[in-house]
Ligand binder design. Structure first.
Ligand code: G6P
Length: 615
């Protein structure tokens, strides 16, 4: 939530920061702003709305130039989205300016104190309190900016990634993090600050990721100095070489990131199993599992914690792991788990799933599980993310950057990793025969081709979308491994089209949702030919008798459902437990086309953010 960007060096800062904010806009897009040092004073432009609104505001200014600056794209927490509440925020003297991602929880008490001391506030934000606190400390104790920031942060409760600079010392930016990500791009005689590496990847591959409770002074012509905020100890910066490239974070000819990411799935799934699924040797190799095999084999149960789409991937994994490994699995919303005093101990394994690796609730659930002695394994997409560092071990999905707020390739690659884990554990535990194991490996390897085939139904999904785009409600039904796919299909539609949709286990339909069915209700049913097929066909009959409109996702060649349904989308045959990797694709496409036809902002749907770093 909220994206922050900063630059100090020899380039014009404005275009660097502006482009950086566009790349981070997936994090929040209520308002945007940039402050620059123009060689003389700090100049500021900020506005409610998108980064594009900021750009047009700046285009009306006679000049907006400088080699040092900070910028922000906001997802509002304290204070409605308006010009005043937009970042950056000045201190009362106008000397200091700040951008902030996170929440200062004790801002109200601090604000009262500052008001008593004569400070005034022009916004409702917690951030303006923080910058004035820093100013107050700097003035009263005659401290350098870095020191004043450190003292202030020691008085603050909450979460933050901040960047601050001082007009009196325009050769440095002070940054700090606790609970919100912050990366520093290290160029030649220039530095970039950002919530993730995408704003600076075209300038440098070298990055330093701050850890929680660390701050850094980024000064021209000087090495970065990192300190622990609490005890002031120095930390030597670890410069990582990043592997992502510019192409991966641009649209590459597609109208939207979401569509690009849907079509990237064959490749992304292959990248996920590359080097892990070794067909010739007939094995699965995953370092994070091998190194901790004893823990996995002795575990009494596995608890999966996640949010949103990642939670749906966890639900698919529950079905797969229990089926193959015969160990009990529970799937929990991280936000519930963290506050409900769960029974958990050192015989439990917690698997935390998170695309971004930054979700605040998932992170808190991990911390709780660790405190209670559980071994925590992370499944993340973003390399170097907080969750990937906070967990004892883990496996990356290697899906590449996912920019569209509605998660697509993250979901299928999460399922792929979790399937690999289940297969590896089943092999080690002996709950699966060698022949069966090999059969699964061979089939998993063919999934990218099969996804490619499903993607050919794009035109059909578009046609179906044009028929139902004005529906007020949608129902999604599935059973077994495809029940979570129904939930995910409904979530995708809600997120980007704003049409109300519910996902249900098909058999549960008769305990409530059936009351909603009439001739205006489109119902997407996953009716692939597996164990529950006949039962799902009966559910389809029940819908048909009530005149509901049936959009069925079926196994190629199915005739029975074709005769009953209003529309069918075929997917190739595969093993039942791998079928979610195929059945989810038409539902992604259907939502995408409906949202486009309704004129929605597909990549940045209202009120949502890609990375939810507040609880
Ligand atoms: C937000 C995003 C979802 C995502 C969820 C969990 O709500 O909009 O797409 O599934 O957070 O995010 P994570 O990064 O932890 O997977």
């Amino acid at each position: 939530m909220c994206g922050i960007v900063g630059y100090i060096g020899h380039r014009e800062a404005y275009p660097v920061i502006l482009k950086g904010l566009q790349r981070l806009e997936y994090r929040g897009y209520d308002s945007a702003g940039i402050a620059l040092y123009d060689g003389n004073e700090i100049i500021l432009s900020k506005t409610k709305g998108k980064v594009a609104d900021l750009e047009s505001k700046v285009s009306n200014l006679p000049s907006f130039s400088g080699n040092l600056g900070i910028g922000h794209t906001r997802w509002a927490t304290h204070g409605v989205p308006n010009d005043e509440n937009s970042h950056p925020h000045f201190s009362n003297s106008g000397d200091l300016v700040i951008i902030h991602n996170g929440i200062i929880e004790n801002y109200s008490a601090l604000k009262k104190e500052l008001i008593k001391r004569g400070y005034t506030f022009s916004s409702d934000t917690d951030t303006e309190v923080l910058i004035n606190l820093i100013e107050d400390i700097q003035k009263n104790s005659n401290l350098k900016l870095g020191k004043a920031v450190q003292v202030a942060l020691n008085q603050v409760v909450g979460a933050y990634a901040i960047a601050v600079f001082d007009v009196k010392k325009p050769n440095e930016i002070v940054v700090a993090r606790l609970g919100s990500p912050l990366a520093i791009g290290v160029g030649e005689n220039e530095f970039f600050i950002a919530s993730d590496a995408s704003p600076f990847i075209e300038y440098t591959n070298n990055a330093v990721y701050l850890e929680d409770e660390e701050m850094a002074v980024v000064r021209l012509k000087k090495p970065i100095k990192i300190r622990k905020i609490k005890d002031d100890s120095l930390v030597s910066p670890y410069i990582q070489e990043l592997k992502i490239n510019l192409e991966q974070i641009e649209k590459g000819g597609y109208d939207h990131f979401m569509l690009k990411e849907i079509f990237e799935q064959p490749h992304a799934i292959k990248d996920t199993y590359r080097g892990r699924l070794l067909i010739d040797e007939g094995i699965i190799k995953m370092a994070g599992i091998e190194d901790n095999m004893g823990k996995f084999l002795n575990a009494n149960r596995i608890i999966i914690v996640a949010c949103g789409t990642s939670w749906h991937a966890g639900l698919v994994a529950e079905y797969i792991i229990e089926d193959l490994v015969r160990v009990p699995v529970e799937v929990e919303y991280a936000s519930e788990f963290r506050y409900r005093n769960p029974v958990i101990n050192d015989k439990d394994i917690v698997i935390a799933i998170s695309q971004s690796g930054e979700t605040a609730d998932t992170l808190a659930a991990i911390k709780l599980a660790k405190e209670k002695g559980a071994f925590v394994f992370g499944v993340c997409n973003v390399v170097g993310s907080t969750i990937s560092r906070e967990t004892h071990a883990g496996a990356y999905t290697h899906a590449g950057p996912e920019i569209g707020v509605a998660s697509t390739k993250a979901f299928t690659t999460q399922i792929t990793v979790l399937t690999l884990i289940a297969l590896r554990l089943a092999k080690a535990k002996g709950t699966m025969s060698s022949t069966d194991f090999r059969r699964h490996l061979v089939e998993l390897e063919t999934i990218p081709e099969k996804v490619e085939e499903v993607l050919k139904s794009d035109a059909l999904s578009k046609e179906i979308a044009s028929i139902y785009k004005d529906a007020k409600n949608f129902l999604y039904l599935g059973r077994g491994f495809n029940f979570p796919v129904a939930l995910e299909g409904a979530l995708k539609l809600k997120e980007i089209s704003y049409i109300h949709a519910e996902g249900y286990p098909a058999a549960e339909m008769k305990h409530g949702p059936i009351a909603l069915i009439d001739e205006n209700m489109p119902i997407a049913v996953i009716a692939t030919k597996y164990g529950h097929y006949e039962k799902v066909v009966s559910n389809i009959q029940e819908i048909k008798s009530r005149k509901g409109k049936i959009i069925a996702v079926v196994t190629k060649g199915d005739e029975q459902v074709r005769d009953l349904a209003d529309h069918v989308i075929e997917v190739p045959e595969t093993l039942e437990l791998l079928s979610p990797l195929l059945t989810t694709i038409p539902l992604q496409l259907l939502s995408y086309h409906i949202a486009v036809m309704l004129g929605r902002n597909v990549d940045q749907p209202r009120n949502l953010a890609k990375s939810v770093t507040v609880e």
